[in-house]
Write a protein that binds this ligand. Structure first.
Ligand SMILES: Nc1nc2c(ncn2[C@@H]2O[C@H](COP(=O)(O)OP(=O)(O)OP(=O)(O)O)[C@@H](O)[C@H]2O)c(=O)[nH]1
Ligand SMILES: [Mg+2]
Length: 328
């Protein structure tokens, strides 16, 4: 699946972040609480070096609290990582940020030595909403468009706490195809090459296995179990919600739109698409696939050696014959 991040974009973002990292004391990494792993940027950890990170699991209003706790537990113990469930519309959460950053950067926080923070995250996680909420005014445009790059300036949150005026926009994980689908289901990445209907079917398969009751309740489904075919269920949802073509047949594309819209706005109920155990398993599969590919490449080289040897033997024999002819 092609999530549209071009090498040029990545290199530019990487250079910018590398440069900025020398001027900041803490990174505020905004994640989508519904995909705590897939909404991370794999490069950020490397670029960050020793700079501590405050991970805000944003959109907690859409997330399932019990799975959120698994992630908090998973990250606990890393002294350079502090993670909290978060919502940019929860005033109490926004008010706690100063305290959280002070906890991570205790040696700064005065007017002379303010804590300098950078907000970073993949598209659509809520970086602009966070900046606006922190400053109590509209400094960044909320929506789908990436921020316009301009000269970096610091904005004052309090006397001892500053944030950079442009958040670092990073690319999501794209190595794992399952992660790409989850980014598409939650709406973190909208313009993908994959078919809308496919995204809806992946989402539906997930709700059937992990949140069956919520799904049944939302659409008043009958005779649907975890083993039901997602395609059949999507058809039922479409017919119930009036996603019909002229003639009364279910329009599967419209059904997919209806369903995905419900998933993205949280109308089915709070959910989280990944757990630490599941990610560990997927990472293992990705590693195995990489290892298998490498083994295949090496086998091909090994197989090519005898061929090369044979070819050089033939060349040698030909040369030998020609030499014999010449000396005749
Ligand atoms: N449900 C919910 N939605 C939120 C929350 N915070 C932000 N959003 C929504 O998420 C969407 C994206 O928010 P932005 O602040 O524009 O995200 P961004 O990270 O700046 O996006 P880019 O500039 O594209 O990188 C908007 O529709 C926000 O209203 C939250 O806590 N809960
Ligand atoms: Mg933004």
């Amino acid at each position: 699946m092609a999530v549209q991040w071009y090498p040029g974009h990545m290199n530019k973002a990487r250079r910018e972040i590398e440069e900025v990292m020398t001027q900041v004391d803490i990174v505020i990494e905004v994640l989508d609480a519904r995909i705590p792993d897939s909404s991370q940027n794999p490069m950020l950890t490397t670029l960050r070096g020793d700079v501590p990170v405050l991970r805000l699991l944003n959109k907690k209003d859409l997330a399932d609290r019990s799975r959120l706790d698994l992630w908090l537990e998973h990250w606990r113990g890393n002294e350079r990582v502090l993670a909290h469930p978060f919502s940019t519309v929860d005033k109490a959460d926004v008010a706690k940020i100063s305290q959280w950053v002070s906890q991570m950067v205790p040696h700064r926080g005065t007017a002379e030595k303010p804590i300098r923070a950078m907000i970073a995250g993949i598209p659509n996680v809520g970086k602009s909403s966070l900046m606006n909420a922190l400053l109590g005014r509209r400094v960044a445009k909320v929506g789908d468009e990436p921020a316009v790059t301009k000269a970096q300036q610091k904005l004052k949150v309090t006397n001892g706490f500053q944030i950079l005026d442009t958040p670092g926009i990073l690319w999501p994980k794209i190595e794992n195809p399952d992660a790409s689908y989850r980014l598409a289901v939650t709406g973190a990445v909208r313009d993908t090459a994959i078919d809308y209907e496919d995204v809806a079917l992946v989402g539906l398969k997930f709700f059937l296995s992990d949140y069956l009751e919520a799904l049944i309740t939302r659409y008043k489904l009958k005779d649907v179990t975890a083993d039901s075919e997602p395609y059949d269920v999507l058809k039922v949802i479409g017919s119930k919600r009036g996603a019909l073509r002229s003639g009364g047949k279910v329009d599967m594309h419209k059904s997919a739109e209806v369903f995905l819209n419900d998933v993205r706005t949280g109308a089915i109920g709070p959910y989280i698409m990944e757990t630490p155990a599941m990610i560990a398993y997927e990472e293992q599969l990705v590693e195995e696939a990489k290892a298998a590919k490498e083994a295949k490449r090496l086998a091909k080289i090994a197989a090519a050696v005898p061929q090369r040897q044979q070819a050089s033997n033939r060349q040698y024999a030909d040369r030998h014959r020609n030499n014999e002819k010449d000396s005749d």
